[in-house]
Design a protein around this ligand. Structure first.
Ligand code: FE
Length: 334
């Protein structure tokens, strides 16, 4: 009996390990766990998730090589997805569902990574000190009329890097660097804190305008913490560049890792994440824009109205990330 069990055990373990997906996630577990739990409930496929900083996870994947237990890498910015691709960590996924559900400019040209949810980096302002008609584009924030009035987080933040990379893609390094110098000279304070802190700073009168991702503002408006709601209600959102390229967009996204041991299940999960059900969850719970235009936004996002989104292919944000980082440094953007 014991002998039979001994012989059968490896088989049993194999069959158990087959019905799981291992994720390395730069996205906070709380922001995705309920969705993954729902997937497990529907499919019986268990999900194991390791969270960490994107760069730490990339390092770990490189060190682990083909021995990594991870099947999927999940990130909150396209630049890290492109970096993972450049490091040869991903494999292509040939899925009609992914291709059909995700617009071409929000996924990799070689099908190695896929955008799963959308956010815009917008201008927020204090309506008691800024007239809406004084705002226009990202470029305009370098104008001297904004001297000592701009708050923005550090240049080490990948959202800023991607915004600057988009500008490099559109107008080249030289023009973008001149813009960055102008922007830095308009800073009300040295960059510090996250996007929520910029919103609080504008609300507190430290500065008059700031650059933030849409879901942070929405999250504060829908927050259970009264001080967050109060701060968020003091400021307004402005959609930048509506007469030009449109508001800068970025994605959270994922790719299938080359050594993935649960390829079939991992692809099944990726396809689940672009389903209407999952996309509705991203919209309602995380206040992100759905990758699928037919899904309705959360009430807060809806209250900001329709806007023109920059249609730039996000592959370019990865391509110009290094240029962006270097020019921000030269411009003195700490
Ligand atoms: Fe974020």
């Amino acid at each position: 009996m014991n002998k039979i069990l001994f012989l059968l055990l490896p088989l049993f373990l194999q069959s158990v390990s087959a019905a799981e997906v291992n994720i390395y996630s730069a996205r906070k577990e709380a922001l995705i766990k309920p969705l993954l739990d729902q997937f497990t409930e529907e499919t019986g496929i268990e999900i194991n998730i390791v969270t960490g900083q994107a760069d730490t996870l990339l390092k770990r994947l490189e060190v682990e090589g083909k021995n990594t237990p991870a099947d999927i890498l999940l990130t909150v910015d396209v630049a890290r997805l492109v970096r993972a691709k450049e490091k040869g960590l991903f494999q292509a996924v040939d899925s009609e569902i992914l291709k059909k559900s995700i617009p071409e400019h929000y996924r990799d040209n070689d099908n190695q990574w896929f955008g799963l949810s959308l956010r815009s980096r917008v201008i927020i302002y204090a309506p008691d000190r800024v007239k809406e008609e004084d705002l226009s584009s990202y470029e305009d924030l370098a104008d001297s009329k904004w001297k000592n009035r701009v708050c923005v987080r550090s240049s080490s933040n990948v959202y800023n890097q991607s915004l600057v990379a988009a500008m490099v893609a559109n107008q080249g390094v030289e023009k973008t660097e001149a813009w960055a110098k102008g922007l830095v000279s308009n800073f009300a304070r040295p960059p510090k804190g996250g996007d929520r802190d910029q919103i609080k700073a504008v609300a507190a009168g430290v500065c008059d305008v700031a650059l933030v991702n849409t879901y942070y503002l929405a999250g504060m408006l829908a927050s259970t913490q009264k001080n967050e709601v109060t701060a968020a209600k003091k400021i307004k959102l402005f959609w930048p560049d509506q007469n030009g390229r449109g508001a800068h967009m970025n994605v959270s996204g994922a790719g299938l890792l080359k050594p993935a041991r649960h390829k079939k299940e991992a692809i099944q999960l990726l396809e689940y994440l672009v389903s209407d059900k999952a996309q509705r969850w991203y919209a309602e719970t995380n206040h992100e824009y759905s990758i699928n235009e037919s899904i309705e936004s959360s009430p807060v996002l809806k209250s900001w109205g329709k806007f023109k989104a920059d249609k730039l292919n996000l592959n370019l944000l990865g391509k110009y990330n290094t240029d962006a980082v270097l020019l921000m440094d030269r411009a003195g953007w700490k």
